[in-house]
Design a protein around this ligand. Structure first.
Ligand code: FAD
Length: 382
């Protein structure tokens, strides 16, 4: 794995850094307090090409490799995890999965719109009764002539109230993951209603929703991939998605490091900057090691994908490590800030609140350990 960025990759990273400094960072606290990111950010993300990374240009994408995608995701995560999540879901989970599994008509219908930010995607797997055990989902899609009729509900759906299309997982067959199929469902389809989820600990600016599906009729052409292969579609999406979450976590940890170093140099106690105390340096060096380790694990996933190698276990390792590291890093930074860290005038409290969900979604830390353990032992402990 080459650890030196190419000129092109460095240019993408700088573009993302500038974009975040101009369009994201100045608003992040206000969006967090208002519990709403300005929706105009989506078109801006599309215009700069960040919603089309790795998507072929013939489908309106901006191309590029997965390391470039990680660099952009890291910078967005450094600025505001709510904005990072818009890209991770609409591009990382929906558009990339459509590019991999969609037929020509589906790709032409949705990819240019998703890549430009004209449309937003959301990923509907979790249900009120099934989270980690996603293969057991209860939402049903019943064949009726040339259509399917879908009934059920989805929970905690990122971009849910904003999205134009849901990549939705529903049961078309018997119990277990072999009975699951994937569908592309436009959110204006009659019978689909959305309720915002409020009161989140972090990611407050993000549009999270519960979806209710009552007699939602879609043509058979809405199937993404073959009937009964929906769980494979979901798992392939999440494997790449975990790299995206990991990159966002590197951004959080880097932001925690930057804030802690700056503050430790400015704040004086006992007549000296707190940076001069060994116990403060210990906290800062712990954050720095977490940043480096999380970034290297994440870049390895991008490198494996770009070289066409197996990457699913590496993605679980990166997601597990980076998410736990982001929580540790933000918590350490808050400690460096003392009481001021507890007040939202300073950035570290938000970093900790935003980091906390990372060990929960796209597979909890426990689920990542089971995936890694299964790959090592050949025994499933699920
Ligand atoms: P549960 O599965 O009920 O788990 C509860 C606890 O039990 C956890 O600690 C878990 O690790 C543990 N546990 C469960 N099974 C095992 C086991 N076999 N062995 C050991 N421990 C176990 N979902 C989507 O589909 N799309 C989205 O866009 C999306 N966005 C989200 C945004 C937010 C802000 C949040 C909070 C969630 C989002 N989710 C989304 C859902 C998320 O992926 C789930 O919350 C997550 O998978 C965990 O499921 P659960 O909450 O039902 O917890």
């Amino acid at each position: 794995m080459n650890l030196e960025l190419s000129e092109e990759q460095e240019a993408v990273r700088r573009l993302a850094e500038d974009f975040v400094a101009r369009e994201v960072a100045p608003h992040a606290v206000a969006w967090d307090r208002a519990e709403e990111v300005d929706r105009g950010i989506v078109r801006k993300l599309g215009a700069v090409g960040f919603l089309g990374l790795t998507i072929p240009e013939e489908y309106g994408g901006s191309g590029g490799d997965h390391l470039s995608y990680c660099l952009v995701t890291e910078e967005l995560g450094r600025g505001d995890s709510s904005v990072r999540g818009i890209v991770s879901v609409s591009l990382g989970l929906v558009a990339k999965t459509l590019a991999a599994w969609g037929d020509e008509r589906q790709k032409r219908a949705w990819l240019p719109r998703l890549a430009s930010g004209e449309a937003i995607g959301c990923f509907g797997l979790t249900e009120p009764g099934t989270g980690s055990d996603a293969g057991n989902l209860a939402t049903r899609a019943v064949r009726d002539g040339d259509d399917y009729v879908i009934d059920g509900g989805k929970m905690f759906i990122t971009n849910g109230t904003w999205a134009d299309v849901v990549l939705l997982f529903a049961r078309t067959g018997g119990p277990g993951h072999r009975g699951v199929s994937a569908f592309l469902v436009p959110t204006d389809t009659p019978g689909l209603t959305r309720r915002p989820v409020h009161g989140k600990l972090g990611l407050r600016g993000q549009a999270t929703a519960e979806l209710v599906l009552e007699g939602v009729r879609v043509p058979a052409s809405a199937l993404l991939g073959p009937e009964g292969k929906g769980f494979s579609v979901a798992m392939s999406a999440l494997a790449k998605g975990r790299m995206s979450v990991a990159a966002g976590c590197v951004g959080i940890a880097q932001a925690a490091l930057d804030a802690a170093v700056r503050y430790a140099g400015e704040r004086e106690q006992f007549g000296k900057p707190i940076a001069s105390y060994q116990l403060v340096q210990e906290m800062i060096s712990d954050i720095a090691v977490d940043v480096d380790a999380a970034r290297l694990l994440t870049w390895r996933v991008a490198d494996l994908i770009d070289r066409g190698q197996d990457f699913a276990t590496a993605a679980s390792k990166a997601k597990l490590y980076a998410s736990e590291a982001a929580v540790r890093a933000a918590n350490n930074a808050l400690q460096v800030f003392g009481g001021y860290g507890y007040i939202d005038e300073y950035p570290v409290g938000k970093l900790l609140r935003d980091a906390r969900v990372m060990t929960l979604y796209e597979g909890t830390s426990q689920i990542q350990k089971l995936i890694i353990g299964r790959a090592l032992t050949g025994v499933s402990a699920f």
